[in-house]
Ligand binder design. Structure first.
Ligand code: ATP
Length: 231
């Protein structure tokens, strides 16, 4: 079982952003997707999640073609997309948010799991989500990747703009997900942290894959040079 992009092209109107991307997220593995601003990382995750449809190429999960499948169908097939935007219902309490994530029925096990993942949420169950700090809201959004037990989680800069201590908690959570056997496709500004937990690294530049391999194959200086050279 892998999530595979086969020669995927995608963009916005006449602007082509992804120009023939081949990428594989093997089941249970962590893949870091790196590249300079504007390289197409967010576009690639959106194309995987189904909020953007490729103009050419194919996307498969375990060999099953999902290229034209809408987002809700992809989530039923085990894909979970968490982006920077803190996707919580701000007017609902934490508990109500958790219940919705769990599909309407929050089992004690799911609640325990959520609180174990981010203990602070345990003290906030009856607080309206929109009144929590940005970091707490992001933790709540991330818990979806735990409660729904997806096979693949797509993470788009989920630590963006958060305090260092929260960033550390989020990376700890990602390691917990990975240890549970969930495959992760991670876009992160914290390149060293993302590389540190990745089994595979893809470097995207101007919509093309420049490098695909293990983190150890990528020299830190070379990585910096590529970033600086292309940014
Ligand atoms: P960053 O690190 O800055 O978030 P990225 O690698 O995630 O960059 P994308 O956000 O995928 O890159 O953007 C790739 C290109 O597509 C950019 O040139 C961007 O301006 C353009 N783009 C992104 N979203 C849209 C949109 N909704 N409509 C038109 N162009 C877009």
């Amino acid at each position: 079982m892998s999530l595979v992009l086969h020669d995927v092209h995608a963009g916005y109107g006449a602007t082509e952003v992804l120009r023939g991307v081949d990428l594989t997220v093997p089941a249970g593995r962590v893949v870091a997707l790196l590249g300079p601003n504007g390289a197409g990382k967010t576009t690639l995750l959106r194309t995987c999640a189904g909020t953007l449809t490729p103009t050419a190429g194919r996307i498969t999960i375990g060999g099953r073609d999902i290229t034209a499948a809408p987002p809700h169908k992809r989530s039923r097939l085990g894909l979970c997309h968490v982006s920077e935007g803190r996707a919580v219902f701000p007017g609902l309490t934490v508990r109500e948010n958790l219940r919705l994530m769990a599909g309407g029925r929050l089992t004690p096990e799911a609640l325990d799991g959520a609180v174990q993942a981010f203990p602070v949420l345990g003290n906030r169950l009856d607080q309206v989500a929109g009144t929590m700090s940005g970091g707490e809201q992001q933790m709540l959004a991330l818990v979806r990747a735990y409660i729904t037990d997806p096979s693949y989680v797509l993470l788009d800069e989920v630590s963006m703009g958060l305090a260092p201590i929260v960033v550390d908690q989020i990376f700890e959570f990602l390691r917990t997900l990975a240890a549970r056997g969930t495959a992760l496709l991670v876009v992160e500004q914290y390149v060293a942290k993302a590389m540190g937990m990745a089994d595979l690294v893809y470097l995207l530049n101007r919509g093309n894959v420049d490098f695909a391999g293990e983190p150890g194959e990528l020299d830190a200086d070379e990585l910096a040079a590529r970033y600086l050279g292309a940014a």
